[in-house]
Design a protein around this ligand. Structure first.
Ligand code: ADP
Ligand code: ADP
Length: 230
């Protein structure tokens, strides 16, 4: 589903060039659960931004579900992003004054879905993450784990092919991290492809594949049987 060939992203900083991503080639099949690891500055966020169509490479190719992304205009890129990709962040990125269900409905507003269908799909998404009873709560009335569930429901609501998560458990305690990784596992078993960045080996062991980055390069790629979280 994801075919990345010789993907390269440089940043020019005055006289220096930072090789944020350097000649990365990798294929990710539909239904995989991939953890992305590596030290700070190793290129993980750059890689995720490219996979998420938030950024374009300086060189190389990226085919997502049959579409060559690298040459698209920014409008076409935004369309691919809205149709095919859900994003989850370390800091949840919920609108603080909006209820859980309003937060979850937001991507459908951009997608032009009518109000009744928005409500129905947002409630179904909240139920799928175990938060049907909290639809009217604002983020401040929810725990960190519950806020991350709302963010995951928001990422799922347009039925993406791919769920990208940048340190989704980085702000959570260990027990809550396990709940959230268990939720990713359940979503993955229902067919969604998951790629998540984590620093924590305790989180990565629930993935079926681990990519290791260092200095902008993909230095290791291991598949194994994942542990089952819940
Ligand atoms: P990681 O997510 O693994 O911490 P990043 O992909 O964020 O790594 O960064 C890789 C390298 O690229 C780092 O040296 C970082 O400072 C640099 N970098 C990332 N984004 C930018 C940018 N917008 N401008 C300049 N340098 C950047
Ligand atoms: P994380 O590693 O937690 O995903 P960020 O994505 O915020 O953190 O940033 C990763 C690295 O990329 C940091 O070292 C940061 O300094 C660098 N970076 C991100 N954006 C820029 C930018 N616009 N200019 C320079 N460096 C950047």
């Amino acid at each position: 589903m994801i075919a990345v060939r010789n993907l390269t992203r440089h940043y020019r900083m005055g006289p220096q060039t930072v090789h944020a991503l350097d000649d990365v080639t990798v294929t990710i099949r539909r239904g995989e659960f991939v953890a992305v690891m590596g030290p700070s500055g190793s290129g993980k966020s750059t890689f995720m931004n490219l996979l998420g169509c938030l950024d374009l490479p300086d060189a190389g190719r990226y085919r997502l579900d049959g579409t060559e992304v690298a040459g698209l205009s920014s409008d076409a890129l935004a369309a691919v992003r809205n149709r095919s990709i859900g994003f989850v962040f370390q800091s949840f990125n919920l609108l603080p004054r909006q209820s859980a269900i309003d937060n979850v409905m937001l991507p459908m507003v951009y997608a032009g879905v009518g109000h009744a269908l928005r409500l129905e799909k947002a409630l179904a998404a909240l139920e799928s993450v175990g938060l049907g009873a909290r639809a009217g709560h604002r983020p401040t009335q929810l725990s960190g784990g519950q806020q991350q569930r709302v963010a995951i429901a928001r990422a799922l609501v347009n039925d993406p092919l791919l769920l990208l998560a940048d340190e989704p458990t980085g702000a959570l305690d260990t027990a809550t991290s396990l709940e959230i990784i268990g939720l990713f596992q359940r979503l993955n078993r229902r067919g969604i492809t998951v790629v998540l960045v984590t620093h924590e080996p305790e989180v990565a062991r629930f993935a079926s594949r681990v990519l290791q980055f260092r200095d902008g390069r993909l230095i290791d790629d291991q598949s194994r049987d994942p542990e089952i979280a819940a």
